[in-house]
Write a protein that binds this ligand. Structure first.
Ligand code: FES
Length: 146
């Protein structure tokens, strides 16, 4: 059911934990399954993500997608980090079962929420970044297949 990469990131998650004095923090949840994901970003003056950590209270797929998402955004600029969509995270993990697609959406939204928090704190506008949702509903996404 799960790829080797998913199992690897689930059993040996990268960047788990929290950052002291993060530049931005984003927390999102899915009311249906009750899972919650929080992402911490450390962003330097050149808008490069120096460090990234996560805390996820959720299923194995949510842990694996948080782990992979943090790996993908680390070292990237804010602009590049916006290209780390849930689809990109799933591809990097060699796919997820369709019923687990919403778990990867948590990762995308948590990154966006952390970037939103950073932008708000610094009084800047990040082009292409929309105000994040606090709750990731499954309704709009359950038809999608990957
Ligand atoms: Fe909800 Fe995976 S089951 S995040």
């Amino acid at each position: 059911m799960y790829s080797e990469k998913v199992m690897d990131h689930f059993t040996n998650p990268r960047n788990m934990g929290e950052l002291e004095n993060p530049s931005g923090v984003g927390t999102v949840g899915n009311a249906k399954c009750g899972d919650i994901m929080r992402i911490y970003l450390d962003i330097d003056d050149n808008h490069v993500i120096r460090d990234c950590k996560f805390k996820t209270f959720g299923c194995g797929a949510a842990v694996a997608t948080s782990s992979m998402a943090t790996e993908l955004v680390k070292g990237k600029t804010i602009k590049e980090a916006l290209t780390v969509t849930n689809k990109a995270v799933m591809e990097a993990l060699d796919g997820l079962p369709p019923v687990k697609v919403h778990c990867s959406l948590l990762a995308e939204e948590a990154i966006h929420a952390a970037l939103w928090d950073y932008a708000k704190k610094n009084g800047i506008v990040i082009e292409g970044l929309k105000e994040p949702k606090q709750d990731i509903g499954e309704e709009e996404h359950e038809e999608e297949e990957y």
